[in-house]
Design a protein around this ligand. Sequence first.
Ligand code: COA
Length: 251
Amino acid sequence: MRSTDASIPKCAPRAGEPFRRTLDAGGAPGPSYQRMTAHGAGRRRSAWPFEHLLCSVRLQQGGYPLAMLGLPTIVGEGVVLRALRPTDARALLAVFGDHRVTRMMAIRTLEDESGAVSLIHEIQSLARAGTLLQWGVVLPATDEPIGTVTLASIDRNNRRAELGVGLAHAYWGQGLATKAARTLLGHAFRTMLLHRLEADVDATNGAALRLLENLGFEREGVLRERWLVEGEWRDSVWLGLLAGQWSARRR
Ligand SMILES: CC(C)(COP(=O)(O)OP(=O)(O)OC[C@H]1O[C@@H](n2cnc3c(N)ncnc32)[C@H](O)[C@@H]1OP(=O)(O)O)[C@@H](O)C(=O)NCCC(=O)NCCS
């Protein structure tokens, strides 16, 4: 979803980066995998019965299991994360057609519904390439996206990714971003077996900093004047969360 327009601010997926880095195409998991993660249940029979062997071989080699890439539906507490579809364009426009939301992220503000449709196609294609996974955040009662959560800059060899969250302004301050991000953390660490998540947050973005620190992210440094935002240089705060820290907090 990231714009190639580097003049736009930041948080998670670096502007343009997903388009420059293309990893091996990862096979999208099939429906059986989706059910497995949605209910947090044990592994079900996959379309290819030896898939688990492939995963363990790749992990031993330090690689990333292909089967763990994709956008399964994930049911969290009070929110559901699911793949976006072209029919979500209007809802997505309500999120990313708002400068208050896009200002802190490396994306252009959407102008119309056709821009939202293009964005959804771009998100689908990045997911197929395995470089960026962006889920719609929906409320169970409506199944309509109120925002997105993203794993960008996915590095399979080092098992890390960059986290991003953006919600429609109307839903801010209700704890929903925290619920959505927490749901994604569970998937990233437990199912995808990532080792580290990081975030690049505008130093003035109090809500994002608070959200991430509440989830256990630690500040790891300030990168001065990293982004040129509407003619103004902005500092970034880098935050990181390790799988071990995350599971220790849950005990
Ligand atoms: C960042 C964002 C997702 C937070 O959404 P939200 O719905 O307000 O988040 P939550 O309601 O879960 O609140 C998260 C925490 O931030 C706090 N918070 C909310 N607004 C704040 C602000 N302006 N300054 C400081 N803290 C703030 C909340 O009080 C809460 O902390 P608490 O539980 O200790 O009280 C939302 O503001 C957004 O979409 N912003 C635009 C995009 C963006 O900046 N994304 C960041 C990418 S990492």
